[in-house]
Design a protein. Structure first.
Length: 133
């Protein structure tokens, strides 16, 4: 578990989450950035984490599926300061049946000043910033 001092110095743990229609984009992004991501402790919600491990070979600690509690597990990790960054590829064109969970994750990441990216561009910029530290 990272303490506040370690968190201020950089990122050692990251959660990877993607809505159903964004999972392929997440896999492509992870594949393109595998060397940088391999340096981190990775966590993912059920299907996303499983696909990342299966399709890229990167080890991901898989939590529950997002709507079945995985989003809440990640939120708890943020609140407990056990997670340094969140990459959440949100599908902006689909109605979200678990919209409350999504809003909760965004709120917690904001409240606890956790690095957060919600699309490929912001996720890539976050990783580039890590490489420069």
């Amino acid at each position: 578990m990272a303490n506040d001092t370690a968190r201020d110095k950089g990122i050692s743990s990251m959660a990877l989450v993607a809505h159903d229609k964004m999972k392929d984009a997440m896999i492509e992004w992870v594949t393109a950035h595998a060397p940088a991501l391999a340096k981190l402790d990775l966590y993912g919600t059920g299907t996303t984490g499983g696909r990342i491990t299966q399709e890229t070979g990167l080890p991901v600690t898989c939590l529950k599926s997002g709507p079945l509690g995985g989003d809440a597990q990640i939120g708890a990790m943020i609140a407990e300061k056990r997670l340094d960054a969140l990459v959440f590829f949100i599908d902006p064109l689909s109605a979200l049946p678990h919209d409350v969970d999504v809003k909760s994750l965004v709120r917690l990441a904001t409240l606890y000043n956790t690095a957060m990216a919600i699309n490929e561009k912001s996720a890539t910029l976050m990783l580039k910033a890590l490489d420069n530290n």
